[in-house]
Write a protein that binds this ligand. Structure first.
Ligand SMILES: CC(=O)Oc1ccc2c(C)cc(=O)oc2c1
Length: 279
């Protein structure tokens, strides 16, 4: 599979690069961004942290706003930031910011018109890592993190693929999409009205069914305007209790839903991932 370079810039001794490629799973051209630390070479490949962004975001938000490069360079971790949905003029969309382009919810849609392209679950789990491992000096060792809708993606993808990742972390994740307005809207459109089929993409339901062998770190701001209606971290703790899974949930006083919050704690998440990626 071929990659087209869209941009490259040296940063913190490493490289930030953006690429486009044709995705067979999403049936469209996709973009992603990668940060390669200075020590990533063919002789010394490095592990990868996959970062899943939230609603309305692209490959660019985390790379431009999180301030993660200095720490990732020091630790020797590559970071891959995919886009948040399929893209292009032929891809179905909606006027709302919480459905369609920019709102792929990291699942495989089964309902028309979404099912033609919206297979973000398969893209993140299989197609993108295969591509990254073919083209860059990285190992197969990986972990996963994300924000909001991307936190939901990191939790569900990590929990469903515990042998593929070393650790999961999330900022302000949508923890229980089957019980919040964003999730209920997206799942109705992408998966249909049979709510039994929604359970497979809900972190709380997954945790109730199976304990996590992966360490999980969640940071949540207590001044986040979406906390009570959309994010519900207390439901994640309740679900974890039911399967005897230990989750570190840190309520961070005064922080909101923005990238200022992510920037404040990203180094601690990178340290957390480093501990497990190199163990
Ligand atoms: C760049 C940025 O601030 O991203 C951002 C803003 C808001 C949201 C909301 C409301 C939900 C979500 O899933 O992600 C997200 C990302």
């Amino acid at each position: 599979m071929s990659l087209e370079v869209l941009s490259k810039a040296k940063v913190c001794g490493g490289w930030h690069k953006q690429y486009s490629h044709s995705s067979s799973r999403l049936n469209c051209d996709m973009r992603f961004a990668i940060f390669l630390p200075p020590n990533a070479t063919a002789d010394t490949p490095v592990p990868v942290l996959y970062w899943l962004s939230g609603l309305t975001c692209t490959d660019e938000n985390f790379m431009q706003k999180a301030g993660a490069f200095a720490k990732a360079a020091e630790l020797g971790i590559a970071i891959v930031a995919p886009d948040t949905s399929p893209r292009g003029d032929d891809v179905a969309d909606d006027d709302g910011y919480d459905l369609g382009k920019g709102a792929g919810f990291y699942l495989n849609a089964t309902q028309a018109p979404w099912s033609a392209n919206y297979h973000m679950y398969d893209y993140i789990v299989d197609e993108l890592p295969t591509l990254i491992e073919q083209h860059f000096p990285v190992t197969k060792v990986k972990s996963i993190s994300g924000h909001s809708m991307g936190g939901h993606g990191a939790l569900t993808i990590g929990l469903k693929n515990q042998n593929s990742y070393r650790a999961i972390s999330a900022f302000s994740p949508i923890t229980n999409p089957i019980n919040c307005p964003w999730g209920q809207k997206a799942f109705t459109h992408y998966l249909g009205s049979n709510k039994e089929l929604w359970l497979d993409y809900d972190a709380c339901e997954l945790l109730k069914m199976q304990a996590s062998s992966l360490p999980i770190l969640v940071d949540q701001g207590d001044a986040d305007g979406f906390l009570a209606e959309q994010l519900k971290p207390e439901n994640l703790l309740d679900a974890a209790k039911q399967s005897n899974t230990e989750i570190t949930l840190r309520m961070q006083p005064g922080y909101d839903h923005s990238y200022y919050f992510i920037q404040s704690f990203i180094n601690e998440h990178l340290d957390f991932h480093s501990t497990h990626l190199f163990s």
